[in-house]
Design a protein around this ligand. Structure first.
Ligand code: ADP
Ligand code: ZN
Ligand code: ZN
Length: 732
């Protein structure tokens, strides 16, 4: 028997399959050791066959099988094929996604401990008969174990005397057994009973989800009780003997989520996410693999939970950008979910108060079932959002970042002992250019996205078509010289707040203050316990948190994400405003939101303040149609990087020419094709260039041809790294 094997080495951009002679125990999906060059390396068996082109004298044997069962199921082998073909990934990179990182290379194992107990023959005998009176330690240990029935040997060693323990074991007084000890995250979260009767709306949603043969888009306002709907659906599939996967955005994966799930499903839940220790992660993964746990909860990567017989996949906050991975291996979580649902015959539910335009469009087109929860469970109304026009502040001589209205509101909020959140919706690194007098923003004539200021060349550029424009001296609209470019940072906001309200306690939350593991949980914990009055932060303060005392939310510069050079900038802004507004007035105190902007007339603010998602969607989808962006096209980016600039250039030229040929043959399929330096021209001393395409959706053949070009490029230019991306979150 011949085993076709993907070996775990990172040699080239493209996978190669090697043939080996199988030994006993080798199955499809096994993880094995095989000789490779001068050493043995790990590999995965993707196929067993009878024949090979390798001559018998060259054919080597598999050295050993690494686990007691194949770790890659038939489902995952097929998923791997799908992901390889759809996202142009190497199989080995997909396998690495499927297994806990430290399991490869044998760096982690199940944790076993020696458990000591009394030999039944000695249980009812007076210890004086077999332990000397002078052996005090032995007597103490014996009494302890008799009382406790069992004890960990390492505990006894540490607590009493290792020699005494060993003596009792050697004489057969104590027996020892090996036991797996599970490292379970958030183990101490107590279980509490919380049976909830669903509202009629919620029951109807559960029925729709469980009876739909398409994925369901659960469109429910913040506080409409979506979580409870998920929980009931999960209960149903568990009752049918199936399993479930619940995905949440990385940032909202707090102990709160775990608490809810543990209280409902106990040890049936396993948690998978990057913040766990390696041991914890491995054990949680194994509990899913062995069927001990049947519900997987986690961020993006939990979609690869090793569960069979999946009955339900939940994608909560489906619009969240964390569902698209931005570094290699790049994949779209939703598509992986659909694949697994198809394979298992599972239901899919995607929930959001602000669905992505793409998903809502799919629902409209009949590809998803649309299900609404238009009311909050507690009937509390959503907070009012007041718009402050910062241009008039400029006119009246206030050129700072705080409007008079926001300062007054903060003052009032602090005086009444409540808490406030100040939010900066900053994204990425690039900066747009805006007139502070009239709110004019420089945009590309062709693409209708904001231009990006490039300081080094002192020009404006469109990141979608690379057209260049001169930097503005005067506003073309009102001739004012007050041109603003660049960002306000969170530090500067904190500085200002400290000046205006010296006695207020402020917590800052951004990428810099949350670098360490658990840092953001700690900051949020401090804030919710009332150890601070004001929380200043970026996107990460917007989602999912429940603070009872927050009555004011200030959005410092709402335009920041609005004028980001991204075709989804307006959509993201709508989502952010809705999410962050949802943080105010959740309990009994009414909330208020102050939104500062230089472009108060922008349609996004009209719809956001009215909480009118459907109206917003209608406007936005028309624009996307007119400009030819997703969902009406698929953006495809081929990214080339190399520390040799000429080589990168040459490779990019090669790819461009080949893709031009493809486009010439299929002119209707390409809406846009261009080659350029990437906005981030150099990262870690590697020059970056890209070929950017917008192609008609579902043209698999065209995409495949582009991928072949990428593969060819990798063969021809081995020093060059080449990635491809579908609808990336940002194009930097
Ligand atoms: P969403 O995720 O839609 O924003 P949540 O799931 O957080 O809303 O629910 C909001 C609050 O309402 C939670 O505190 C939840 O426990 C409560 N809740 C949900 N469903 C019910 C129900 N049927 N009866 C009473 N309270 C409920
Ligand atoms: Zn102007
Ligand atoms: Zn353009």
């Amino acid at each position: 028997m011949i085993a076709r094997i993907i070996v775990d080495i990172s040699a080239s951009d493209v996978d190669r399959v090697f043939d080996y002679r199988a030994i006993d125990g080798v199955e499809r999906g096994s993880r094995v050791f095989v000789p490779f060059g001068r050493q043995n390396v790990e590999g995965y068996v993707i196929e067993l066959t009878d024949s090979t082109d390798v001559p018998p004298e060259k054919l080597k044997d598999v050295v050993s099988v690494l686990d007691d069962r194949p770790v890659i199921s038939d489902e995952f082998l097929r998923l791997c094929d799908f992901m390889t073909e759809r996202f142009r990934l190497r199989k080995i990179d997909v396998f690495r996604l499927l297994l806990p990182a430290k399991m490869r290379g044998g760096r982690i194992k199940a944790l076993e401990k020696n458990i000591v107990y009394i030999n039944p023959e000695y249980a009812d005998v007076d210890p004086a008969l077999f332990i000397k009176k002078t052996a005090h330690s032995q007597l103490e240990i014996f009494e302890y174990v008799r009382e406790a029935e069992t004890a960990e040997q390492s505990f006894l060693n540490a607590e009493y005397s290792a020699a005494a323990v060993r003596n009792l074991i050697n004489r057969g007084v104590f027996l020892v057994r090996r036991e797996n000890v599970l490292r379970t995250p958030y183990k101490n979260i107590v279980q509490k009973d919380c049976a909830v009767t669903l509202t009629d709306e919620q029951s109807a949603a559960v029925d729709t989800i469980m009876s739909s043969d398409k994925p369901t888009l659960l469109f429910g306002v913040t506080g409409s009780g979506k979580t409870e709907v998920y929980l009931h659906c999960i209960e149903k599939v568990l009752a049918e003997g199936k399993t479930a996967i619940m995905l949440v955005p990385e940032i909202s994966l707090t102990p709160q989520v775990m608490r809810v799930f543990r209280s409902r499903f106990g040890d049936d839940v396993a948690l998978l996410h990057s913040g766990l220790g390696d041991g914890e992660r491995f054990d949680e993964w194994r509990r899913l693999l062995t069927g001990e746990a049947r519900v997987a909860v986690g961020a993006r990567s939990a979609i690869f939970a090793p569960l069979g017989n999946v009955g339900l996949i939940v994608i909560d906050e489906e619009h969240d950008t964390s569902y698209i991975s931005e570094s290699n291996p790049r994949f779209i979580t939703r598509e992986v979910a659909f694949f697994r649902a198809d394979y298992n015959g599972a239901k899919v539910v995607m929930g959001s108060a602000t669905p992505s335009i793409e998903s809502y469009y799919n629902a409209e087109q009949g590809n998803y079932t649309l299900c609404g929860l238009p009311n909050r469970v507690n009937k509390r109304k959503l907070p009012d959002i007041d718009i402050v026009n910062m241009c008039s502040e400029t006119t009246y001589g206030n050129s700072g970042m705080f409007s008079a209205a926001l300062v007054n509101a903060l003052d009032e909020c602090l005086k009444s002992g409540n808490q406030a959140i100040l939010f900066l919706n900053r994204r990425g690194y690039s900066s747009y250019v805006m007139c502070k007098k009239c709110g004019y923003v420089a945009k590309c004539d062709d693409c209708d996205v904001s231009l990006v200021y490039h300081k080094d060349e002192n020009i404006l550029k469109c990141h979608y078509c690379q057209r260049r424009y001169a930097m503005l001296d005067l506003c073309p609209n009102c001739k004012s010289p007050h041109i603003k470019q660049g960002f306000i940072g969170t530090e500067r906001v904190v500085e200002q707040v400290n000046k205006m309200f010296p006695s207020a306690r402020v917590i800052r939350m951004d990428n810099d203050t949350t670098r360490t593991k658990d840092a953001h949980l700690k900051l949020l914990g401090d804030f919710s316990e009332g150890n601070a009055d004001i929380l200043v932060g970026t996107q990460m303060v917007a989602k999912g948190h429940d603070f009872a005392n927050v009555t004011l939310v200030g959005i410092i510069d709402a335009d920041m994400s609005l004028h980001f050079s991204d075709f989804r900038a307006v959509e993201r802004t709508f989502q952010l405003i809705t999410q962050v507004a949802g943080r105010a007035g959740r309990e009994n105190k009414p909330g208020r939101v102050i939104l500062q902007t230089y472009t108060p007339g922008h349609y996004v603010y009209r719809y956001a303040t009215a909480y009118d998602y459907v109206g917003f969607y209608g406007k936005e989808i028309n624009l996307l149609h007119a400009t030819g962006f997703p969902p009406f096209t698929e953006i495809l980016r081929l990214l080339v990087s190399c520390d040799n600039e000429d080589m990168a250039l040459e490779a990019t030229r090669f790819a461009t020419e080949k893709i031009r040929e493809i486009s010439a043959k299929n002119p209707d399929d390409f809406v846009y094709l261009g080659a350029m330096r990437s906005p981030k021209k150099r990262i870690q001393s590697k020059y970056r260039m890209q070929v950017l395409m917008r192609i008609r959706p579902n043209r698999d053949a065209v995409r495949r041809s582009v991928y072949s070009v990428a593969n060819e490029l990798s063969e021809m230019f081995p020093q060059v790294t080449c990635f491809t991306e579908i609808n990336p979150n940002d194009l930097s």
